[in-house]
Design a protein around this ligand. Structure first.
Ligand SMILES: [Ca+2]
Ligand SMILES: [Ca+2]
Ligand SMILES: [Ca+2]
Ligand SMILES: [Ca+2]
Length: 361
C-alpha cells in the first residue's frame, strides 16, 4: 500500500512537472545562458553564481521541491552570464510578497559601464515589476509605468523577448502578450550580461522576501520541420501557377505546430501570407499528432524558375521565432519537373536559425 502511494505521488509530481515543461519548454537547440530550478540546492543556501540576497527555499516553488527567494531591494541581486547579442529570452516564475512594503521586479543589463554606488549596473533597467499598490507594471521606455494587471498573490510567469539589434523587447505574462516592441531607455545594443531581481521598498539588503523559480535565459532558435505540398515528393512548383501551394508545419518534440500564429507566417522569398488567414490543424503526416497546414498563392511566394529551396518564417503565439525550409523543384508552365534536380533533403527539409551571438569578455 505504501509503495502504491509512493507510485501515485511520483506520478502526480511527474505529471505536474511534465505539464509545466510542455507549456514553457526551452527550444532544444537554443543557446542556454541560464537554466535554474533550485531543486538540488539545500534550504537557505545562497544561490551559486549570484550576488548577495538570494537563497534557495522550500516554502514556495513552481518546480518541486525547492524554489528561490530574493531579499534585497538595493541593489538588485544579479546573475551574470556571457555578454550576448541577438534575441535574448528571459523566462521566470515570480511570487512577490503582497502589500505596500514590497516592490518586486526584473532588471536586465550589462557590465560594460560598471556598477553605480548602490551596486546596480549603470547600463541596466527594470523592465517590469509588482509595485507597493499590488499592481504589475512595465516601463514604456520613457520612464512612465504602464499598468499590466492587478496582483492576486499567486505565482505568475513572465517572459521577455529582447532584441538587442532594435533595443526593444516583447513582454508576456502567463503566456499572453502584454506588449510588443517596448523600447528600453538604456542602450543594451552591445549585449546583455545580467538578469537581476529585487524585493522590498525602503531598505538596502536585507529587505522583504519575494519568491521566484525556474529562471531561464536563452537565445531564440526553433527548428521547424516543414513539408511543402504534403504527400508529394519532389515538391514540384510552377511559379506561374495561379493556384495555391500548401505547406505543412509538422509537430515535433521541439514544436507543437498548433502554437504557431498563422497570421505571422510568411512563405517564400516574397513572404506570401496565408490565403485563408488561418491555419488548418490536421495530422497531415499520419504520425498521431496534429500539424498545421497553410496555403499560399503560388505567385505571391516569389519562388522563381530554378529555385531549389523555399523557406517559411513566423512566430509562435508566445513569441518564439521559427524558421524552416524544404526543397522544391520548379517546373516550366508546360508541365514536367525540370530534370536532374533531386530533392536531396527528402520530403521534409530542416533548417535552423541561430539568432544569438555570444561575445567573450
Ligand atoms: Ca524549483
Ligand atoms: Ca512534400
Ligand atoms: Ca509529428
Ligand atoms: Ca502529425
Amino acid at each position: 500500500m505504501l509503495k502504491k502511494n509512493n507510485n501515485l505521488l511520483a506520478f502526480l509530481v511527474l505529471s505536474v512537472f511534465l505539464s509545466m515543461f510542455i507549456i514553457f519548454v526551452v527550444p532544444t537547440e537554443a543557446i542556454v545562458l541560464v537554466d535554474e530550478n533550485y531543486n538540488d540546492l539545500s534550504n537557505g543556501q545562497a544561490l551559486p553564481g549570484w550576488t548577495v540576497g538570494v537563497f534557495a527555499q522550500n516554502q514556495e516553488f513552481k518546480s518541486p521541491s525547492m524554489g528561490a527567494k530574493v531579499t534585497t531591494n538595493i541593489p538588485f541581486a544579479y546573475r551574470d552570464f556571457p555578454l550576448t547579442q541577438g534575441i535574448i529570452i528571459v523566462e521566470v516564475w515570480m511570487k512577490p510578497k503582497m502589500g505596500s512594503d514590497t516592490n518586486n521586479g526584473l532588471r536586465l543589463g550589462n557590465y560594460l559601464t560598471g556598477k553605480n554606488d548602490a551596486g546596480d549596473y549603470n547600463n541596466g533597467r527594470i523592465l517590469f515589476w509588482k509595485n507597493d499598490q499590488d499592481k504589475w507594471w512595465y516601463d514604456n521606455g520613457a520612464g512612465e509605468p504602464v499598468f499590466i494587471a492587478d496582483y492576486d498573490g499567486n505565482w505568475h510567469h513572465f517572459k521577455v523577448v529582447y532584441d538587442t539589434s532594435t533595443n526593444k523587447h516583447d513582454l508576456y505574462m502567463d503566456g499572453s502578450l502584454v506588449k510588443t516592441d517596448i523600447p528600453c531607455p538604456v542602450d543594451l545594443s552591445a549585449g546583455i550580461s545580467a538578469v537581476g531581481l529585487n524585493s522590498g521598498r525602503w531598505g538596502r539588503y536585507p529587505d522583504t522576501t519575494s519568491y521566484f523559480d525556474d529562471l531561464k535565459v536563452y537565445t531564440s532558435e526553433i527548428t521547424v520541420v516543414i513539408d511543402i505540398k504534403p504527400g508529394s515528393d519532389p515538391n514540384a512548383i510552377n511559379p506561374n501557377s495561379k493556384g495555391v501551394t500548401p505547406v505543412a508545419i509538422l509537430t515535433t518534440p521541439e514544436l507543437d505546430a498548433s502554437t504557431v500564429d498563422p497570421l505571422s507566417v510568411k512563405f517564400g522569398p516574397a513572404g506570401a501570407t496565408e490565403v485563408h488567414k488561418q491555419g488548418h490543424i490536421e495530422d497531415v503526416d499520419g504520425d498521431g499528432d496534429l500539424d498545421m497546414v497553410l496555403h499560399f498563392k503560388t505567385q505571391e511566394t516569389g519562388i522563381k524558375v530554378g529555385d531549389t529551396e523555399a523557406c517559411l518564417t513566423g512566430k509562435t503565439v508566445d513569441g518564439n521565432d521559427i524558421k524552416g525550409c524544404d526543397a522544391v523543384v520548379t517546373v516550366p508552365s508546360k508541365g514536367k519537373p525540370a530534370p536532374a534536380k533531386q530533392n536531396r533533403l527528402g520530403p521534409q527539409g530542416k533548417l535552423s536559425t541561430v539568432w544569438g551571438k555570444i561575445k567573450e569578455r
